[in-house]
Design a protein around this ligand. Sequence first.
Ligand code: ZN
Length: 113
Amino acid sequence: MFPAIRIHQQCGVHDGTGIATSHRGRAPHFARHELIHHLQNERLGVFGAWLGRPAWWREGMACSLSLDERRPLPEPLESYRSGFDEWMAEAGREHLWTAVPGANPSSSTAIKH
Ligand SMILES: [Zn+2]
């Protein structure tokens, strides 16, 4: 099912068009996390981000690139983050938006040129 509005970590909401955060969203990594999801939607389109990328990639990117210092994150976020970090090390940062991740972090990476 495709939720129109996503509530994240009880601190933020993004719906593809805007971001709202609670007082917990004032921590810099929470705001960055939600902004990364907004960027995913901008770069890939809402449906492309949701249907074209697996959850481990979407959430792993947001958890990793937001520089969230919590170690470990609650599962499954910690697994998503480590899977994304492994994937990006293999794909290369320059292919962040063009490499298509597999269904799980250990599956092969296809790179679009
Ligand atoms: Zn998220």
